[in-house]
Design a protein around this ligand. Structure first.
Ligand code: GAR
Length: 208
């Protein structure tokens, strides 16, 4: 069984989607072995505890530089023998050392169709604010491998979602979560755990 370690910072609805799929149909050859939060207040910790999953907190505010934080995170991930790291609303940029150590073994869910509305500074509700300001008619979500460029790693699955007249950042966020994120994140995690994703020349492909 592959050890899935989920990194969270907030509400944890994507973590909940993973927990629900694990409980109902399973995550293939993987199981969520630990949830790591960047702050003690993250509600995701309660979701993990309710599901009987081990939790750890590495508070970002207790570390000065990004390198120090990355080192702390890396040693916890090594201790937990992570096979797959899932960024599910993790609001801290990972250092290069960690990304290199877990190349093509870290996935992130981003709430837009990359390369639109992504990169440094685009997170959470901000992404949807920009999408609405630009007046796009379609947005959605992307699950991708993490490399050293923010939101720049190989794209694994994308799911489009219609933008509706009168949408607010909150309503668009919710629709994208329900119709895209909560579906494609567990799907990618299961595919990864079943060795059904390959990366060739910086692009990801799903094997059938
Ligand atoms: C999700 O919409 C996720 O895609 C986004 O934050 C939200 C976390 O919600 N992530 C990013 O913006 C990363 N750049 P959750 O804690 O309820 O899963």
């Amino acid at each position: 069984m592959k050890n899935i370690v989920v990194l969270v910072s907030g509400g944890g609805t994507n973590l909940q989607a993973l927990i629900d799929v694990q409980k109902n149909e399973g995550l293939g050859n993987g199981r969520i072995s630990c949830v790591v939060a960047s702050n003690h207040e993250a509600y995701a910790l309660t979701r993990a505890a309710n599901a009987g999953i081990k939790t750890r907190v590495i508070p970002r505010k207790e570390y000065g530089s990004s390198d120090e934080y990355t080192d702390a995170l890396l040693s916890v991930l090594n201790e937990e023998k992570a096979d797959l790291i899932v960024l599910a609303g993790f609001m801290t940029i990972l250092g290069e050392k960690l990304i290199k150590a877990y190349e093509n073994r870290i996935v992130n869910v981003h709430p837009s169709l990359i390369p639109a509305f992504c990169g440094e500074g685009f997170f959470g509700l901000k992404v949807h604010e920009y999408a609405l300001k630009r007046g796009v008619k379609v947005s959605g979500a992307t699950v991708h491998f993490v490399n050293e460029v923010a939101d720049g790693g190989p794209i694994i699955i994308q799911q489009p979602v219609a933008v509706e007249r009168g949408d607010t950042p909150q309503t668009l966020q919710r629709r994208i979560m329900e119709q895209a994120e909560w579906k494609i994140l567990p799907k990618v995690v299961k595919l990864f755990c079943d060795d059904k994703i390959e990366v060739v020349d910086g692009k990801a492909y799903i094997l059938d």
